[in-house]
Design a protein around this ligand. Structure first.
Ligand SMILES: [Zn+2]
Ligand SMILES: [Zn+2]
Length: 414
């Protein structure tokens, strides 16, 4: 297949030649160690096969109950959507919207978009809407959190096992298989094989000025001279994927500072206020994130206590500390190991989503335990703040441009 001759590393901004890759080979940035390209043999066909399997499993996982809760002869069942609907009816619109988006809409839409993009490519066609739809696949990827939801199911089952009998439903198995299929589709997909088939659009360009360098597209990674970018009267656009071109993410530092500060402000009530109230046989008990961890620990479920502690308390704090130190290091022009700082950035991007576990646990418990005075669960204000912290830190990591770490240092082109 044809890869672009040049590539700009999206993490350090170094312009470098794209090496020819052996089947299954990987190209790594010479400066920061970021993976630039990975050769995936027969990518389009394999991804398409996994996408079709994923859509079938997605329908089953959503159509049938994944868990049933039995207590004193009474039973409730829950599908993926019942948790969302119960939160919505209970007035927790924000959490309901976030849970719906991350556990149903984003993964479902991602599968449908992949199908719509890959079928024409398999038939050697490139319709004009294809680049835009494929851009959305990339935007949606970090927001699909079915794997995190699965951990949420596990924690919920253990929490409820003392109170009642839990019966796994048909959807639970489809759900487990779907997570594996989605991971397989993501690792089979080689975006270069899609982009290399999209022809470059022609259109008006901006007259060149003195000192114009090259531009690289953040989405399809096309490297071009400024004159070959499209000019729509307001923005320079990529001639391949039509995304707006920026040398760096616009106002990256301001946006990241604002999001980090908001996350820190919400982190305090998120930890102090209860996230849910469990009523069982007329007795109510409210739990904060920390008391939930202690509950698991005291009942001998320490592996889960460790998972929830890491996901809900350690990860958000670590993420905020890393983002703060990255922001300060860029603003104050620190020269301390840029490679390590880029690696720290990569960690914050990868771990942030796992903090959603507690929000999913609240959603599943609210949906399962609704037997009135006998047993019921309500989401509390702490969960709203905590959900906001997770979203804000994810957005902050996305708005930070790691190339700023390297901009202060001397540029060496290979
Ligand atoms: Zn790099
Ligand atoms: Zn592009």
């Amino acid at each position: 297949m044809n890869r672009d001759a040049l590539t700009e590393c999206l993490e350090c901004g170094l312009l470098q030649r794209n090496p020819a890759l052996p089947p299954g080979g990987t190209a790594v940035c010479v400066r920061c160690g970021n993976v630039l390209h990975r050769d995936r043999p027969d990518s389009i066909n394999r991804t398409l096969a996994l996408t079709i399997a994923g859509i079938v499993l997605f329908v089953i996982a959503n159509a049938f109950p994944f868990l049933a809760f039995e207590m004193r002869g009474q039973e409730t069942q829950t599908t993926l959507m019942t948790g969302v609907m119960d939160l919505w009816r209970g007035g927790n619109v924000f959490i309901a919207a976030v849970v719906f988006f991350t556990s149903v809409l984003a993964p479902g839409l991602q599968l449908v978009l992949l199908l719509v993009v890959l079928v024409p490519l398999m038939l050697e066609r490139v319709p004009p809407w294809l680049p835009r739809l494929f851009r959305w696949v990339r935007t949606l990827t970090p927001w699909g959190m079915m794997d995190v939801f699965m951990v949420g199911i596990l924690v919920s089952v253990v929490k409820l096992s003392e109170m009642a009998t839990m019966v796994p439903g048909a959807a639970l198995f489809a759900f487990g298989a779907l997570i594996l299929v989605l991971a397989g589709a993501q690792s089979a997909l080689d975006p270069d094989q899609v982009w290399s088939r999209v022809p470059l659009a022609r259109g008006p360009s901006k007259p060149p000025c003195a000192g114009d360098g090259h531009l690289a597209c953040d989405v399809c990674e096309l490297v071009m001279s400024r004159e070959s970018a499209l000019w729509d009267g307001r923005h320079l656009r990529c001639p391949r994927c039509t995304d707006v071109l920026h040398a760096r993410k616009p106002r990256s530092l301001q946006h990241t500072w604002a999001l980090v500060m908001a996350a820190i402000a919400f982190y305090i009530p998120a930890n102090l206020l209860p996230i849910m109230t469990v009523t069982s046989l007329g007795q109510s008990q409210s739990d904060t994130i920390l008391s939930g961890v202690i509950f698991l620990f005291e009942h001998g479920m320490w592996p889960l206590a460790v998972i929830v502690f890491i996901a809900s308390i350690f990860v958000p704090m670590l993420k905020l500390l890393i983002l703060l130190s990255l922001l300060l290091s860029v603003q104050l022009g620190w020269r301390w190991s840029p490679r390590e700082r880029t690696r720290l950035y990569r960690i914050t991007e990868a771990i942030g989503r796992w903090s959603m576990v507690d929000i999913y646990v609240v959603t599943i418990l609210v949906a399962l335990v609704r037997l009135g005075n006998l047993a019921s669960v309500q989401a509390e204000a702490g969960a709203v703040y905590f959900c906001a912290v997770v979203m804000l830190t994810m957005l902050a990591a996305m708005s930070f441009d790691p190339r700023l770490i390297w901009d202060g240092l001397e540029r060496k082109h290979v």
